[in-house]
Write a protein that binds this ligand. Structure first.
Ligand code: KG4
Ligand code: ZN
Length: 342
């Protein structure tokens, strides 16, 4: 019912988050703390710092979320936490917090796959769009993952393609660093690309025209590195960096578009295209995906940005979907898994 409250906890990377949803999927409380500032001095996520920061932030954040939802641990019908894939230290902090609460309050514990949570987010009510029905095609493009997944039902996922090397967001971050931009580089690179023009650089178009739906971004990054290395020392000219950012972004967009087209051909019954992950914030990426979805006569469902990037609403929602589908709770002894393919 509407008052069957569920707590979700997310701590697989550098976002500390918790949320309380009711049984209908309405959001009763939602908190996210980004650790970007803690990791920025190191130019990337430091796993040990991430785990310690989750540990420092979670207890108070959970306390505030339960208070905002007007409940206590024993008033919950389930406690869900991301158990993988991700950085093992952070996963253990989040999952053990959930286990401890579940044990103390005698509430079922549910271990959630982070990718499943991203995959089901678009079905959350109240996200503004029409929740897609199964089967739909998910393009997950984040700093850690790049994959095309056929979502055929709760617990029924078929991976159509994945990256053979870097994730799309990782490529954005690495190229941004080469261009002298701060971490995380994706948003900064998009802003720089807006000043740039095409026609100056001819970067490789990774995987374009190849069969299947796999991705590859490391060759593109290497091509950028070589162009930068040939420049004289002492900082890149602004127009050079902007044109290169534009060329890089265009190449990524072309690759994502090509792979999406192939995936749609492999899932003829798809009812929608769904995007998730931080790279979905990129306007050029979104526009290209919308074009291809429209060309296939399908809606493009992009959850609001705060639900596209890592959050705990998606963790609680995945638990609701699993319980509705008849799944049992997980034993408290279930292991966290740094690698956990769908
Ligand atoms: O989903 P997310 O918040 O975290 C995980 O990786 O799980 O995604 C973060 C990634 C980073 O690599 C970031 O640079 C990239 O998404 N990103 C972008 C943009 N905003 C975030 N990449 C390109 N353009 C953007 N506007
Ligand atoms: Zn994620």
């Amino acid at each position: 019912g509407h008052d069957s409250l569920i707590l979700g906890i997310e701590s697989s990377c550098d976002e500390t988050a918790c949320a309380v949803l009711d049984g209908a999927g309405r959001i009763r409380a939602e908190f996210v703390a980004s650790q970007i500032a803690d990791h920025a001095p190191f130019g990337g996520v430091v796993p040990e710092i991430a785990a310690r920061t989750h540990l420092a932030l979670l207890p108070d954040m959970i306390h505030r979320a339960l208070a905002a939802a007007g409940t206590t641990p024993s008033g919950l019908v389930a406690i869900a936490a991301t158990a993988g894939p991700g950085l093992i230290g952070g996963l253990i902090v989040g999952a053990n917090t959930a286990r401890g609460m579940a044990l103390a309050a005698d509430v079922p514990f549910i271990a959630i796959n982070h990718l499943e949570a991203h995959a089901l987010t678009a079905r959350l009510p109240d996200t503004g769009g029409n929740p897609p029905n199964f089967p739909y095609l998910l393009l997950l493009v984040s700093g850690g993952h790049t994959a095309l997944i056929a979502v055929e039902g709760v617990g029924r996922y078929r991976r159509l393609g994945t990256t053979l090397d870097d994730a799309a967001g990782e490529a954005f971050d690495k190229v941004a660093k080469l261009l002298g931009l701060p971490y995380p580089g994706g948003p900064a690179l998009e802003r720089l690309a807006a000043e740039g023009q095409g026609g100056r650089f001819d970067l490789p178009r990774p995987m374009l025209g190849r069969p299947g739906c796999d991705f590859s971004f490391s060759g593109l990054k290497t091509a950028v590195a070589q162009l930068v290395a040939r420049q004289p020392e002492g900082g890149l000219p602004r127009d050079f960096a902007a044109d290169l950012a534009f060329a890089f972004q265009s190449a990524v967009v072309a690759a994502l578009a090509d792979r999406l087209r192939h995936a749609l051909a492999m899932l003829p019954g798809a009812t929608a295209v769904v995007v998730a992950g931080g790279v979905a914030a990129n306007k050029a990426v979104r526009a290209a995906l919308a074009d291809i979805a429209a060309g296939a006569g399908l809606p493009l469902a992009a959850p609001p940005l705060r639900l596209c990037t890592d959050n705990a609403v998606m963790v609680a929602w995945a638990a609701i979907e699993r319980l509705r589908a008849g799944d049992a709770a997980d034993p408290l002894g279930v292991r966290c898994r740094p690698r956990w393919p769908l």
